[in-house]
Design a protein around this ligand. Structure first.
Ligand code: 5RP
Length: 246
């Protein structure tokens, strides 16, 4: 458990990241019409602090939680992701950011829809605090969330054990009995890595071949254009600013 000082330093770092990100949105993406919106506390803070940027744009939420947050702020221009083809700009948080800008996402269980938006976006920006950025050449710290068809969950867990990259654990709910059920009606298995992974895209591809696996929380660097890392006093901006599609 973090003491108050440590958690308020992290909150300040998040604020710094969101302040910078908001200015960057106005400076660089004022003409973005269709904006994909990720999930999590950092994205919520950014939307709240930078609310005016999000008005009069078509907003594509990645979760029920994000949709409800948008509506609570009077941002009523959200559309169903299924009806959208091109997205000008995607904004999200992350759980782990490597030095090569490979990401692990999915603590909030929204990674399937988050990735669905990221792959069809022209530019993808992630906003995190400094505790998420490792600067290392591998991913390792956070378990890889894996979205799984419920009927196949026993099989998937056995196969993940056999693959030997990590220890799989079915994610359980706290506000209900039984497993967490994603916005898509699936289960989530968290795969705690046994050793550092230097080629996350290759691991993602391996996991996707297991019957029953729908998506993983590995966002390889080709889905990342810019990462704003909030520090206790300032920000660090990483990435390539603009980029193509997957
Ligand atoms: C949700 C996610 C979030 O973006 C990630 O967990 C970061 O959340 P937070 O900003 O609350 O730390 O991947 O599925």
């Amino acid at each position: 458990m973090l003491d108050m000082d440590a958690s308020s330093i992290i909150e300040q770092a998040k604020l710094n990241a969101c302040d910078y990100a908001c200015r960057h949105l106005y400076d660089k993406y004022g003409d973005a019409l269709v904006v994909g919106v990720g999930t999590g506390s950092t994205v919520k803070l950014l939307i709240t602090k930078c609310r005016d940027f999000f008005t009069k744009r078509v907003l594509v939420p990645s979760s029920h939680d994000t949709l409800l947050h948008l509506v609570s702020l009077g941002l009523n221009t959200a559309v169903d992701p299924a009806g959208v083809d091109d997205i000008d700009l995607y904004i999200d948080g992350a759980d782990e950011v490597s030095g090569k800008l490979d990401l692990v996402k999915g603590r909030g269980g929204a990674f399937l829809r988050e990735k669905s938006l990221a792959v069809r976006s022209r530019v993808r920006m992630y906003v995190v605090d400094y505790t998420k950025y490792t600067g290392l050449n591998h991913i390792y710290v956070k378990p890889i969330p894996i979205e799984v068809v419920p009927v196949s969950v026993k099989y998937v867990i056995r196969k993940l054990q056999e693959l030997g990259y990590g220890e799989p654990l079915l994610r359980m709910g706290t506000g209900k009995d039984g497993p967490v059920v994603s916005d898509n009606g699936n289960f989530i298995v968290d795969y705690r890595l046994l050793k550092p992974v230097e080629d996350p895209l290759s691991l993602h591809n391996t996991l996707k071949l297991v019957h029953g696996v729908i998506e993983t929380g590995i966002f390889p660097s080709n889905l990342v254009d810019i990462v704003v890392v909030g520090e206790p006093a300032g920000v660090r901006v990483l990435g390539k600013n603009t980029g193509g599609r997957e």
